[in-house]
Ligand binder design. Structure first.
Ligand code: IMP
Length: 215
């Protein structure tokens, strides 16, 4: 194997994935990701512990944002890095709020809060009969900052938008996101149930399968 390939290569280059920086400081995500990846022998370190500041998320696609965050964390730490980007995509709104989910109300001059985001969404869907929506999550894992073959995984969690909130668990749009198959909103689910079936769980299992294939 050439020196260049060893330096820039991806799968099979021998890059160690024992220790991986998580490009997020969200404690909930760390718990979810650590549980599944721990089983594959991977230790996750939140980027805040290594003094990595949050990266910008300027792109129009989830995958570009996830990759940007992963490369940023890897570049600053010299370690492999994992990042996710997620959001809610509503059919009747042609995929909005999508990549803008966290700042949906703010982009319309409101505050950056779950309550304001939900209020804007309820108002946008008033009188709309097509309630179909899904949460989307992309995971990007880079072995080093310039990895030419990042591992990408994605998950979709399909549901329907409610016009009145249900449940007190979860976060974000969960009280308005109804799962017909579970007859509950995402905010009515026990955290363990949500964590086993959500868009993040689906993407994580896909990532894990890719890692296992590679090992
Ligand atoms: P990020 O992936 O942390 O950037 O999340 C983007 C935004 O998408 C969050 O701020 C929420 O508004 C929304 N979102 C992503 N995943 C979920 C979820 O599991 N429940 C509720 N809202 C979510």
């Amino acid at each position: 194997m050439s020196e260049v390939f060893q330096r820039n290569g991806a799968a099979g280059s021998g890059a160690s994935l024992k220790k991986v920086v998580l490009a997020s400081n969200n404690a909930g995500k760390l718990r979810e990701f650590a549980a599944l990846l721990g089983a594959a022998g991977i230790e996750l370190i939140p980027q805040g512990e290594l003094n990595v500041p949050e990266a910008e998320e300027p792109h129009p696609t989830f995958v570009e944002n996830a990759l940007t965050k992963a490369r940023h964390a890897s570049k600053l730490t010299g370690l492999p890095a994992l990042a996710d980007d997620s959001g809610l995509c509503v059919r009747a709104l042609r995929g909005a709020p999508g990549v803008h989910s966290a700042r949906y109300a703010q982009l319309a001059g409101g505050e950056k809060s779950d309550a304001a985001n939900n209020a804007r969404l309820v108002s946008a869907l008033q009188g709309e009969t097509d309630r179909r929506a899904y949460y989307f999550c992309v995971l990007a894992l880079v072995r080093h900052a310039d990895d030419p073959e990042p591992l990408i995984a994605e998950g979709r969690w399909h549901g329907e938008m409610l016009d009145a909130p249900r449940g007190a668990n979860g976060f974000g749009y969960d009280p308005y996101f109804f799962l017909p198959s579970l007859n509950a909103s995402a905010a009515e689910l026990e955290p363990a149930v949500k964590n086993a079936s959500s868009h993040r769980a689906i993407a994580l299992r896909q990532l894990l399968a890719r890692l296992t294939e590679e090992a």
